[in-house]
Write a new protein. Sequence first.
Length: 292
Amino acid sequence: MLVLIAGIFQVGQRHDVKELTWREELEALKIAFEDARMKEMVKGNEYGISYVNLTSEEQMPYPMVVMWVLQEGEWANKVEIIVDLNEKKVLNIREKSHFKQLPPRGVVGEEREQAIKIALDNKFVKEKIDGLVYEIPWVDEIREESEIKKERPGERLAMVNIGIVGANIVYIVTVSLTEGKVIRITEAYWGGKIAKENEKKAKEIAKNDSRVREIIFEGRSEWRELKGFVIEYMCRDRVVGGKLLVDVYIHRESPEPERFILTTVDLEEGKVIGVKEVSSMPTLDYKVIYQE
């Protein structure tokens, strides 16, 4: 999808009039990034989404996408995009210049633009981010001590991080600036503020599902009845058909017998779409999904 992946730094404080649903947040993000002005602003730049909330514009509450965009000299600008969900358009874009400086990177200017373009033009990357709101919070050179650099001596290599907004999914795209191509893509499981909020929502939806309560909580309906239960949660996000699904793994350590259950949550619909018992919880390792 399109925080800093989200959290190299945060922009401002969040003051919600009410909670937006993930579907509303996602719709606001898509409208914002379909706007021609926004496309031009982020083109060839690093940028990240800090949060989406409600703001008052002309006495009416509208969703506001708050983000940062890297400018020349490694300064990041704060940008606020006010969106009308009914009219499906951007009402206003407010930009506040030079509010925070990022650490210097080894890939800047035209090289940064080239690295981003190579990554986004790759067929495999396109398939992974198609129809989703994504961000590019970090572009940097690959250092001499890196294993892949040792394998390709003399080449200028860069790393482009592409994050799916709202999900704990990042694609680390290694590009050769010398040869103008992608040489490796690694999938990692981490995300920013919106992803953490979505994970929390998914856990609540999962543990309140009647099937989960029957298997894990032995049919108990009140949390005060759960004394002696030791429960562990782990979430792994995945995108299926352009839709974010959260797999919530629930592990009951006690009382015995030990139980594991996989609950798949559709965040847009706000409901559980699958429940099954499994033998263990997976590990969230980095995974190479493309290698030249």
